[in-house]
Every structure is written in structure tokens, then in C-alpha cells.
Write a protein that binds this ligand. Sequence first.
Ligand code: UGA
Length: 445
Amino acid sequence: MKISIIGTGYVGLVTGACFANMGYEVCCADVLPDKIDSLKIGVIPFFEPGLADMVERTLESKNLFFTSDVKEPSSFADVIFICVGTPQDALGKPDLSYLDEYFAQLIKTLKQDKKFLEDIEAKKHVFIKSTIPPGTIKRLNLTLSKNNLGDKILLSSNPEFLKEGSAVQDFMKPDRVVVGSSHQESIDIIVELYRSILWKSDRMLITSSESSEIIKYAANSFLAMKISFINQISRLSDAIGGDIHEIRKGIGMDERINPHFLYAGLGYGGSCFPKDVNGLEFVMRSNDLTSELMTATNSVNDSQIQYFVSKILHFYSLENLKEKEIGLWGLAFKPNTDDVRESVAIKLVKLLAPMVKHIYAYEPIAKENAIQELKDFKNITYVDSSLNAIRDSHFLVIATEYSQFWNVSPKHFLQLKDKCIFDGRNILDKNKIESMGIRYFGIGR
Ligand code: UGA
């Protein structure tokens, strides 16, 4: 089967490479010619474990190719996955301009294709993977009908649930594949497409397009809400001397709650949760509905970083901090990605840098993107190891929980001039560290 993928960001590239790896012929398209030129020689514009090898392999086997020709994807395949970005605008409203532009282009291309129009059998099965506000497919279907293409372009939703850092694995072993469609022909095609991935377990859910659009927003918002919930509880735990690790285990052992996404920390970041919670809030409002849970999820998340900074300010006065050099571990929005979009670690540095004398920052993967993001701050040195971040520092701040940080021998912390650690991800052994005479501040412990 032939497949076209529109957009070569995280979702598009992972989807294209994985389908190509499964033996399909895949055309990946993007409007950015420079990006396509790099991809053609196997240069991936971001870091995602396992992806570069897969792209190299499938380019070599010719299952995968890249194009910046806007018409090529629709002539190449009858099955098209749209994976363009749907960022939020300044008001938190989903910005669908890339989607709408592609759609206008598809309609224009197909209206000029006489052979396609005259062949009553010919159809394009278009699946939207991009996160779209509920109601988008209905709106696009109206546009198709107005252009007399309603029965030629069959539109469905197939939201992605990939996590950055494990996207390839998530694609190959999905929790579920949700397909929102009212077109039996398209459903048959997508069942066949995913057959080899899903043959061991029946994890495909066919829904209406409206349900499928809501599932994506609701899943991300629910996970974000869990994080804000535990972060709020962490403040109570701090106030009366509980341990958030014990609390997480205690509530997570209830199967109805489960232990996932209950790790207290600096709050959630990344290109999805902040955007999708805002997006859901916007969609609720547009439907004259209130969205108290989304609003609260947002505001707890926004204040969590301030809560952490206030721990530092409580220990050191503002005056005192001016003299301090600090070590900082992690700048990516989570481990194993070079993505710093909406990274809480970056937000933290932006708050701390003006308050302290110097920051020695260590980031294993996202260093280049972080430097770009923090270029206005002149008192940051980017060091090349976690230990070099500690060497000349008064105290340490942990902002992203890379596994290598968990295993640093605590004896190294004795080098910290003030023997003090602020662990924004709760990864260190508090008891061990305190038994060495080092002050330890976590979140909710
Ligand atoms: C998220 C979802 O997990 C994916 O299922 C979804 O497909 C994706 O968004 C998307 O919509 O594209 P991702 O943004 O890659 O994936 O990252 P997560 O692993 O979900 O982490 C998001 C943020 O929550 C990170 O900042 C992480 O540090 C934070 N987090 C996560 C916590 O603070 N506590 C937790 O217990 C879990």
C-alpha cells in the first residue's frame, strides 16, 4: 500500500518512518524545502531515539522518500495522513492555519485532476493525525461539500498518542489506535494498515470523528490534570511533613487511579499538554460551557514553578542569592528529547538567572536548543558533564530527570559550597543525602 504523510515534524516523521519500516511505500511531504533536502540525506531535525536509524534504513530500501512538491503526495497515494502542526495562538486558541492551507491546496490540486474527478471509483482517504479542536472534521467536510468533493475526499480522524522520547516504540506498540470515521471504506483501509501492529491485541477503537477529536484533547488534559492534582497535594505534604512518594504509591495502588502521571515536580511542559489544556478550555468556552477543571489545571501548573522558586528564596534571601553560583541539571522539557518548547526547566532558568551570580548548566541532549532559547542571559555557562555543573557551585538545582542524574554518587554533592540541593524532580535519595549533612529540598517531601 502507498501512503502520503503531510508534515515532517515529530508526528509526521515518526509515522512515515514506522509505516515505511512496516513495508509500505511512503511519501513524506513538507513545505520547507531546506528541511526536505536534509531529510533526503537522512539528517533528522530533532532527536528521537531510534528514529534516525529507521529513516536511514527505509531511505535505503526506498520504502521512504521525501518531497517538497505540494502536489506529489496526492498523486502518489490514495491514503493521506495529515500531521501538520496545530500550535496555539497568543490567546491559547488552536491555530489551524497549516491544516487549512494544506486542505485548500489538496482541494485545488484534486479539482485540476480530471482523471481523478471522472473516475467514479477514485477516492482519497484522508486521516488527520494532528491534534484538532472537536468539530474540525465537520467544518472541513462542509468545505469539501461546497467544492463537490464530499464523496471523493473521505475525511477521518486518527489522533496520535506518541510521547516524545519514546515515539517510535509508542507507534509500534500502541496502547490504542483511535479512528474517528463514518466511512467504512476508510475504516477497512486503516484496519489493514495497522494490522501487523495490532494482530496480537485488539486495540483499535472506531468512533465518530467528534468522539475521536474529543478523546485526544480529553486524554492529554486528563493526564495534565493528574499532574496538577499531585502537585497541589505536594504542597500539603510539604506543609505538614508528608512524603509525596509514599502518597503517590498509596493512591496509585488503587487500580482505579493507577500510579502513572502522579509524579510531583516543577509542573508539566512540552508542546502538547499546555497547548491542549488551553485548547480544550477554548473549545468548551466556544460551546458556551464552563471549564473549571482545565482552568485549575493550568493555574496550578503555572504556580508550581513559582512554588519551587519560593523554596529557594525561603532558604536564601534575594540579597544572598546575588552572590551565589548555581549548578543546574537538565533543560529539556523531559528526558531523552532535544525539545525545549514550553520547558519548565527553561522557565525556571529564566526566573533564576536574573537573581543569581552565575549558572553552570548541564543538559545532555537539548543543549543547542537551550542555548538558543536562553541567549539573552549572559551569566550562564553550559558545561559538559553533571559533575562540572557542581564543581564551582554553591548549590544544585535539578530541573529535568535524566536517568544519569539518578546515579551520581552522593559523595560528589559534598563539593557544593553551601551543601544544598533543590531537587525539582524528586529523584535523589533524601535520607541518604541528609545523612551526609547536605540540605535537601524536594517537592512534597
Ligand atoms: C504527551 C502525551 O503523554 C502523549 O500521549 C501525547 O501523544 C503527546 O503529549 C501529544 O499530544 O503529542 P509528551 O508531551 O511527549 O506526550 O510528554 P509526556 O511524557 O506526556 O510529559 C509531559 C510533561 O509532563 C513533561 O513536562 C513531564 O515532565 C511532565 N510530567 C509527566 C510530570 O510532571 N509528572 C508526571 O508524572 C508525568
